[in-house]
Design a protein around this ligand. Structure first.
Ligand SMILES: C[S@@+](CC[C@H](N)C(=O)[O-])C[C@H]1O[C@@H](n2cnc3c(N)ncnc32)[C@H](O)[C@@H]1O
Length: 296
């Protein structure tokens, strides 16, 4: 059975420059590559998430619709290199936040061991430690979760208020943690009931945004919109750790519908209005970009 969800919401707000690949170099001497600056209308960007009008399809399409291929591929610059198809609903049975897990992970963190669930070594753990003053006693957001190892790291290192955004529902049984869907959180943002975060972290998540693998809306700009949403939710000057798979050439590619692998061209788009402070290569193909939200 094919399920398509269309909700009776107001017309889709414009995405503006966030969903455009035109280059607007703002600062040619960025640390990793020239910085792009874009106009971001936060209310519009949050309306698009809150009152989603992109299609949610289950199972997700076997290949992107023809009309959207230029948008997905940056007009052919970031090609679809292969198909590795997933139809993954992970509901409360998969995403569980349990005290027992947090205790177990905490022991490892105290010993300085790897707690991420990848072959990445301790790149995220080490980077979080380095930026501890940016989140200690402050408000942080985690984007994308299955196991709460990132949340545990933030708590152990003194994060005061840790909120997770995840497309799918999670079963949470840990007092200090809260999980929201980005749809509900965007609605709260629009109602003015959320405070901006001081710090954000996301690992191995945004490369999936918009490909439908996780029952998320099919959206060629899903990752760029997610970055713009984070930009809107973070205080000016706040730090974001962005961990995504990267490749050492300009273009990058898409493995439909598994993930994107980023080259400089899309990274520049992802990090528009952010300053790259540091680039840390993990032991696998993930790279952690340390970004500061620019002050406009
Ligand atoms: C590969 S999983 C891993 C997440 C996390 N690094 C972990 O190890 O638990 C990626 C998750 O990110 C979520 N995700 C991706 N983009 C997202 C977004 N923009 N907002 C909320 N959740 C997102 C997906 O639903 C999926 O559960």
């Amino acid at each position: 059975m094919i399920l398509q969800v269309f909700l009776n919401y107001p017309p889709l707000a414009p995405c503006g420059e966030v969903c455009s690949y035109s280059e607007q170099i703002g600062n040619a001497s960025g640390m990793a590559y020239p910085e792009l600056y874009k106009q971001i209308n936060c209310d519009d960007i949050m309306r698009r998430m809150a009152y989603r009008r992109h299609r949610i399809e289950y199972p997700p399409p076997l290949y992107p619709p023809d009309a959207l291929i230029p948008n997905f591929t940056m007009n052919g610059q970031m090609p679809i290199r292969e198909v590795m198809y997933f139809m993954q609903t992970h509901t409360k049975t998969v995403c569980k936040f349990r005290k027992k897990y947090i205790y177990k992970v905490t022991e490892k963190i105290v010993k300085g061991e790897q707690v991420n669930t990848y072959r990445s070594g301790t790149c995220v753990e080490d980077t979080l430690k380095e930026y501890i003053n940016e989140f200690k006693g402050k408000r942080s957001v985690v984007i994308g979760t299955i196991r709460p190892w990132l949340e545990a790291l933030l708590m152990v290192y003194g994060g005061r208020n840790v909120i997770t955004l995840e497309y799918n529902e999670c079963d949470v049984n840990v007092d200090q943690l809260e999980v929201h869907t980005p749809y509900d959180f965007a609605e709260k943002y629009l109602r003015g009931t959320v405070d901006q975060f001081d710090f954000g972290v996301t690992f191995s998540s945004l490369e999936h945004s918009g490909l439908g693998r996780y029952t998320d809306p099919i959206n060629p700009y899903g990752d760029l919109e997610a970055m713009a949403q984070i930009w809107c939710m973070l205080k000016p000057g706040g730090i974001l750790l962005l961990g995504i798979p990267c490749v050492d050439h300009d273009n990058g590619y898409i493995v439909w519908n598994a993930h994107r692998v980023y080259g400089i061209k899309r990274l520049q788009q992802m990090t528009a209005n952010w300053r790259v402070l540091q680039v840390i290569k993990c032991e696998d193909f993930h790279v952690v970009y340390v970004l500061r939200r620019l002050l406009f």
